[in-house]
Design a protein around this ligand. Structure first.
Ligand SMILES: [Zn+2]
Length: 177
């Protein structure tokens, strides 16, 4: 016959074992759901037109970058991000903007007055939504990023209105490693 103390420790053992199983299950699920965009593709060998973006991106990232979608203002990851660092293309990792060209535009989307390199951003005429706008895409992998408008601050007078879902923020302390 088991005494009370033994019973108690048996219950403790069973409940901690159950907790472990639940935690392990949650961890496995989280890993399976995680977007794979952070595992970088080699720019030297990748044919960007043949990448299975649906597999690598979250549905929001896919909708924005590959279907030229627009995420909701203020409900996105970086509109209010004030940390120092670099914003890369979420699809191919090309550095696009630095935090020192990010400014508060009041639009609810991350806004920059200048890209790292003008060659990184490709511009196209966009005639949807009954207006003519300038669409911006990643020059390397053709990801839709957002639009550029001519109402930005000096010195450029430009407003690169980006979707957070098209960007991957790399904090300055990490990129220096
Ligand atoms: Zn790209």
């Amino acid at each position: 016959m088991m005494n009370l103390t033994n019973k108690k420790s048996l219950y403790a053992l069973i409940s901690s074992f159950t907790l472990c199983v639940v935690a392990l299950g949650a961890l496995t699920m989280a890993t399976a759901d995680e977007p794979q965009a952070n595992k970088p593709l080699d720019p030297e060998t990748t044919d960007w037109s043949k990448v299975d973006w649906k597999e690598r991106l979250t549905s929001e990232q896919f909708y924005v970058t590959r279907k030229a979608g627009t995420e909701r203002p203020f409900k996105n990851e970086y509109w209010d991000n004030k940390k120092e660092g670099t914003y890369e293309c979420v699809c191919c990792g090309l550095p696009l903007y630095t935090s020192d060209t990010k400014y508060k535009s009041g639009t609810g989307w991350p806004s920059f007055f200048k890209p790292i390199d003008e060659k990184a951003i490709a511009e196209f005429e966009d005639r949807t939504w009954f207006s003519v706008r300038t669409e911006t895409r990643c020059s390397r992998c053709d990801a839709h990023l957002g639009h550029v408008f001519e109402d930005g601050p000096q010195p450029t007078g430009l407003r690169y209105c980006m979707n957070s879902a098209a960007l991957m923020f790399v904090p300055a302390d990490k990129s220096e490693e």
